[in-house]
Each structure stands twice: as structure tokens, then as C-alpha cells.
Design a protein around this ligand. Structure first.
Ligand code: GDP
Length: 222
């Protein structure tokens, strides 16, 4: 199949032989740099896939699950700790961009607005951003700030992948409903502008959805 051939081309045969399968696009990711303000962002060059979501939604865990690493992106028991935009280089040369989690209640209003400003500026102005992965806790569904972020990004016609995380905490029927509800909410809010979205039930705990998410991201990077 064409897609497989393209993904496999960027791999050393020894790597495929070692792990016995074609690695996902985030496997082998390496930390490159962090930026606390727009002026510190690396020069636009590599294509970027950004990960965003409410604090504690499971963004770091999702990045780690996709990278098959336990601690590439730092998970934290203190929500709201990630304040920087972190850049990771993939084997393909593209970058994964871990955006600060938003919506954490226990920080000052000014601080919250400063982080959100950084996030919104990045998402609306970064020309090398090819797609956005939005992390949503499956039990909570889309939050107002998620919708705001989507409204900053979707009109650009670039694709969005929504990972409905912690799906292991729901039973199968509840999980399907959570995914359908997110689909419905995005369609209602954005209509045709939401055509480029995918929604996948995801769990960093059980790896549910990991290979489906790999396939979507590999397609973006083709
Ligand atoms: P972030 O703030 O969005 O980066 O969230 P983290 O990845 O740090 O996760 C927040 C909390 O949720 C941590 O206690 C994680 O262990 C937990 N968590 C994240 N993903 C999952 C998941 O898929 N299933 C379960 N059961 N817990 C998860």
C-alpha cells in the first residue's frame, strides 16, 4: 500500500526488524527546545504538529503513549505546570509541539491570560503548523476553551485530531457515546469547517486508539 511504503521509507530496516513492526510517527521523538514566549520560538522550518488541551486532560500521557516512551513529555500531579511550548523532533524531521495546558483554575487571571495569549498566537500565526491534536477528557467532553481554540484554528482548513482520552475509565457504550458527542459538538459549532477532523477514543493506560492515531498523524506527514 502506498501509505505504508512512504512511512517505511524513512526507517532503517534494522529498526523495523528490531521492533517487529513499523514504528508510529512519534516513536524515536527527541526533545529539542522549549519556548516561554513567542520571541523564543524556533525559526519556522520543520513542519509542526501541535498538541493542545485543558490541564490534566492527559496530553503528556498521550504524547508519551504515541512515542512509546514513559517520560518524554512530563506528566505531572500538579496540573498547570507545563508553561512552556516544548518542541520534539521526529524521525521524519517534523516537530511535535507540546503546548501549555489551559484552563487550570489555581493560577492568577493574569498568568492564565498570558499563557492563553501565547497559545492562541502560536496556533493562529505559525505557518509551519500542519495539524492540531486536541486532547479532551472523554468523561468531560469539549470545554469552552477547547471550542475557542478550535475556532482559532479550524477556519485555516488544516486538520484536527481529537483524542478522547482516559476512555478506559468508561465502559464500551459510554466510550462510544463520548466520541459521538464530541463529533456532534464540533459539527454543531463549526459545520463544514470541521470536515477535516477525526475523533478517536484513546487511552494512555491501555493503548486503545494509539495505532489509529498513528495512522492519522502518518497521513498528515506524508
Ligand atoms: P496533562 O496535564 O494534560 O499533560 O495530563 P497528564 O498526562 O499529566 O495526565 C493527568 C492525569 O491523568 C495523570 O494522573 C495521568 O496518569 C492521568 N491519565 C492520563 N491519561 C490517562 C488515561 O488514558 N487513562 C487513565 N486512566 N488515566 C490517565
Amino acid at each position: 500500500m502506498k501509505k505504508r511504503a512512504i512511512v517505511a521509507e524513512s526507517l532503517r530496516p534494522a529498526e523495523v526488524a528490531r521492533i517487529g513492526r513499523i514504528p508510529g510517527p512519534l516513536e524515536g521523538a527527541r526533545f529539542v527546545t522549549g519556548a516561554a514566549m513567542m520571541s523564543q520560538l524556533p525559526v519556522e522550518g520543520a513542519r509542526e504538529i501541535a498538541f493542545a488541551g485543558r490541564s490534566n486532560a492527559g496530553k503528556s500521557s498521550a504524547i508519551n503513549a504515541l512515542a512509546r516512551r514513559s517520560a518524554l513529555a512530563r506528566t505531572s500531579r500538579t496540573p498547570g505546570r507545563t508553561r512552556e511550548i516544548n518542541f520534539f523532533a521526529l524521525r521524519s524531521g517534523a516537530h511535535v509541539v507540546d503546548l501549555p495546558g489551559y484552563g487550570y483554575a489555581a493560577v492568577s487571571k493574569a498568568q492564565k491570560e498570558a499563557w492563553q495569549q501565547l497559545l492562541w498566537s502560536y496556533v493562529t500565526s505559525r505557518t509551519t503548523l500542519i495539524g492540531l491534536v486536541l486532547i479532551v477528557d472523554a468523561r468531560r467532553g469539549l470545554a469552552a476553551l477547547d471550542v475557542e481554540l478550535l475556532s482559532a484554528f479550524l477556519p485555516s482548513a488544516r486538520p484536527v485530531l481529537i483524542l478522547a482520552t482516559k476512555i478506559d475509565k468508561l465502559n464500551a457504550a459510554q466510550g462510544r457515546k463520548a466520541v459521538a458527542d464530541i463529533h456532534g459538538a464540533v459539527d454543531r459549532a463549526f459545520g463544514d469547517a470541521a470536515n477535516g477532523k477525526s475523533v478517536i477514543g484513546f487511552s494512555a493506560a491501555t493503548s486503545q486508539g494509539v495505532t489509529s492515531a498513528d495512522a492519522v498523524l502518518a497521513r498528515w506527514l506524508e
